[in-house]
Design a protein around this ligand. Structure first.
Ligand code: 5AD
Ligand code: SF4
Length: 444
């Protein structure tokens, strides 16, 4: 055998490695299903795989550099390389450059074109490298195989793309314009996921609450209408959705939190910053006041709701006083959990060339202070849950013998021991809290 991949050989095994957001996780699962439908077998480790798909993320930091170092690490001890496909948002943004710089990459496929992965892999095995980064996504979903098996908690992409153009964000360029998948396709996919073992479905979209469609009677509906329909599925126990934009938080969706028992009491609603000048410069098109009003209304509809969010510190021009406003907002809202990031200039976005770029050490220091406040609030939220009895969906085994891990309605990780199985929905008393998880006791 010569070194490297024999050009005529179609891969028999594959490994998909997804980075970044839950939508990428969903896309990674669909790519794996596509390749499986071609007769290929997934491997747990990338080392032994004939084909490795790097499903990349471009949202922050030196994403492209990371892809190149990952590609380098795929070289095996004997000098050979698997067939490498680069998918995801870096593929979309930097496809041609990747092809030019990394000869070992044979396929580059964007997030709206991955239904073409099998034929591109076949072409590559026959010696023909290829790049596909068409948008938008209409053709993709129809070309994917039907879903068969699912874990207890499944993702379902209902909406893709973004028209909001926040000035720091690369998503509108890598994922394209907002599209909503049709109602009937989503109901069908949800039923298949439930038939395949899902007890919980998380509806995904870059702006999931902007989803719109027509129900089976032709009536225009929003995300709340879709949730109401899915809630009628007898074997589906829980529904979640993420990520939402404040401007698309409709009255109907807020009310749904008080009305639909299967809709879990959790809302991820990024605010990004707590100062109106910064929000305007970010092109967020909401204010601190309008955000807080939404939070009040959501809490009125569902008093126990757990709130989550995203924050960016060190946006260009952010002053110390403006950053303090973010800390003040955090102090008012008291999030149950949150993600916080240092601003990262993304090539091609308006903010990348704005004056007043913030020094890294200032960003580090602000992020540290913000995260201290967020950890304080997450810990307080978890501590306040101690003493409650709640349902936990069992997702996997824990690290210790006999231990199980699952999620509370508020998306907290709960560990406990007992005689249960993956996919069970069990009652647990919450007995101890940390910042990231809770200990529970199974109710007999
Ligand atoms: N720099 C830092 N954080 C960013 N996000 C998006 N773009 C950037 C960027 N350029 C964060 C936002 C968004 C989350 C998914 O990632 O907080 O809500
Ligand atoms: Fe990016 Fe803003 Fe769209 Fe979210 S709403 S994906 S942050 S542009």
């Amino acid at each position: 055998m010569g070194r490297g991949l024999c050009p005529q050989r179609i891969p028999r095994t594959f490994h998909v490695k997804s980075f970044g957001c839950q939508m990428n996780v969903y896309d990674g699962e669909r790519m794996a299903e596509l390749l499986t439908a071609q007769g290929m077998t997934a491997t747990a480790e990338r080392d032994g795989a004939d084909l490795v798909v790097l499903n990349t993320c471009h949202i922050r930091e030196k994403a492209t550099e990371k892809v190149y170092s990952d590609i380098g690490r795929l070289r095996r001890d004997d000098g050979s390389v698997p067939l490498i496909a680069v998918a995801g948002c870096v593929a979309q943004a930097e496809g041609e450059e990747i092809m030019a710089r990394a000869p070992s990459v044979k396929v580059v496929v964007g997030p709206q074109a991955y239904h073409r992965l099998p034929e591109m892999v076949a072409d590559a095995a026959a010696g023909k490298r290829g790049t596909e980064t068409v948008m938008p996504a209409e053709a993709k979903f129809a070309a994917l195989p039907k879903r068969r098996r699912s874990g207890p908690s499944a993702f379902l992409t209902v909406q893709e793309g973004c028209d909001k153009f926040c000035t720091y964000c690369v998503v509108p360029y890598t994922r394209g314009a907002e599209i909503s998948r049709p109602f009937s396709d989503l109901v069908e996919e949800a039923k298949l996921l439930v038939a395949g073992g899902a007890r919980e479905i998380t509806l995904l979209g870059q702006n999931v609450n902007a989803w719109s469609g027509q129900d089976d009677k032709g009536r225009a509906i929003g995300l709340d209408g879709l949730i109401r329909t899915l809630a009628a599925e007898p074997d589906l126990a829980r529904i979640r959705y993420t990520t939402s934009h404040p401007n698309d938080m409709s009255e109907g969706l807020i009310a749904a939190h008080g009305e639909i028992a299967k809709l879990m009491p959790f809302l991820h609603l990024p605010v990004q910053a707590g100062n109106d000048r910064v929000l305007k410069a970010m092109n967020r098109s909401h204010t601190v006041e309008s955000y807080l009003k939404i939070i009040d209304r959501v809490r009125a509809a569902r008093p126990d709701i757990a709130l989550s969010g995203d924050f960016i510190v060190g946006f260009p021009g952010e002053t110390e006083a403006e950053f303090q406003d973010t800390l003040d907002l955090v102090g008012q809202v008291r999030h149950a959990q949150a993600f916080s990031f240092k601003y990262s200039p993304r090539p091609g976005t308006p903010a990348a060339t704005m004056p007043g770029q913030i020094a890294p050490e200032v960003m580090d220091e602000r992020l540290k202070r913000l995260q201290e406040a967020l950890v304080r609030d997450a810990t307080a939220f978890n501590r306040a849950s101690v003493g409650q009895r709640c349902d936990v969906l069992v997702e996997r085994r824990g690290r210790h013998p006999g231990q199980w891990l699952g999620k509370s309605p508020w998306l907290q990780s709960v560990h406990f021991t007992g005689d249960v199985a993956i996919g069970d929905l069990v009652q647990v008393d919450l007995v101890e809290a940390g910042p990231n998880s809770l200990a529970g006791r199974l109710v007999d």
